[in-house]
Design a protein around this ligand. Structure first.
Ligand SMILES: *[C@@H]1O[C@H](CO)[C@@H](O)[C@H](O)[C@H]1NC(C)=O
Ligand SMILES: *[C@@H]1O[C@H](CO)[C@@H](O)[C@H](O)[C@H]1NC(C)=O
Ligand SMILES: *[C@@H]1O[C@H](CO)[C@@H](O)[C@H](O)[C@H]1NC(C)=O
Length: 274
């Protein structure tokens, strides 16, 4: 079993959960990069791309137009069975808590020094961060818990859903894509994004705000250089002034800290909105 790019998850989580553990993770990563000559200077933006293609998820809002080409890394789980949530009955017998990690590593037969062990630890930590105020921050491990979460957040309103998905049979992780349709802005008053997490079975980290968000969401249709078709969700954070001023996206895009930053959501990530 392979887990999708660890750093990509850390990056995306950072954007949604500032002040959490994810922030520490990305800071470590950036520090490490800063000691590495390849990515030392601000001008050397390509260094990041060379270093880790999975960083190719960011773009500018001005890049969003029909016919434009951007290079994108669409992370994917190799194991196609893990694109479906399990039932509550299936997962209820498996503990889901950081304190049970040693047991879980034995259960899934991972050594405690493996990359999988590290990824599981990160996921469980992220899942145990409590939400504040009107926020939702929760991990969903089954179909039933997804429905419960949606009901709790949206009440009687039935939300719509969007997902990033590959429409072709084969998938290339990293390539150039052309916007083959005009990006469609999605209008909403409430939104929850659910990100797939690195874990032995499908776990979503879902987070949303009831109000006061400054994000714009677009549905984009992309055509790969290999003819692959991807339907994706793009999120543009219009006000990033609360982000770490060393956030890697600023360097990648060559923009000032606080500027709008857009990114695609990885495959199978979903967005509920109403
Ligand atoms: C990892 O496992 C080994 C043997 O199973 C044990 O001796 C060691 O203390 C464990 N390390 C951690 C960090 O849990
Ligand atoms: C994308 O296109 C650019 C310009 O044509 C090229 O330099 C680059 O290698 C391409 N990237 C990928 C991942 O194919
Ligand atoms: C969102 O609103 C804009 C402006 O009113 C409109 O052009 C667009 O079609 C709407 N999007 C959807 C998906 O309805």
């Amino acid at each position: 079993m392979t887990f999708p790019s660890f750093i990509l998850y850390a990056l995306l989580l950072l954007q949604f959960s500032l002040g959490s553990n994810a922030l520490e993770i990305i800071n470590e990563k950036i520090l490490k990069d800063d000691h590495n000559n390849v990515v030392k200077s601000d001008e050397d933006q390509d260094g990041y791309f060379t270093l880790d293609p999975s960083l190719n998820v960011f773009f500018k809002i001005t890049d969003l137009y029909l016919g434009n080409k951007i290079s994108v890394f669409f992370a994917s789980n190799d194991d196609s069975t893990s694109t479906r949530l399990r039932s509550k009955q299936d997962v209820d017998s498996i503990p889901f808590s950081l304190s049970k990690l040693p047991y879980l590593l034995k259960y899934f037969s991972f050594s405690n020094t493996s990359s999988q062990a590290k990824a599981m630890e990160t996921t469980l930590k992220q899942c145990e961060i409590k939400a504040i105020g009107g926020e939702v921050k929760t991990c969903v491990t089954s179909i039933e818990s997804m429905l419960e979460m949606i009901h709790h957040f949206f009440g009687m309103v039935k939300p719509k859903v969007l997902a990033t998905k590959v429409l072709s049979s084969k998938h290339t992780l990293f390539q150039n894509y052309t916007f083959v349709e005009k990006p469609i802005e999605i209008n909403f008053s409430k939104v929850i994004a659910c990100h797939t997490m690195a874990y032995p079975y499908l776990v979503y980290y879902c987070h949303g705000h009831k109000e006061g968000h400054k994000n714009r969401v677009f549905k984009i249709a992309l055509g790969g250089d290999n003819k692959e078709r991807v339907e994706a969700i793009a999120v543009c954070h219009m006000d990033t002034s609360s982000w770490d001023r060393h956030h890697v996206s600023y360097r990648l895009l060559g923009v000032q800290p606080g500027s709008p930053v857009c990114h695609v959501l990885p495959l199978y990530n979903v967005l509920w909105f109403a």
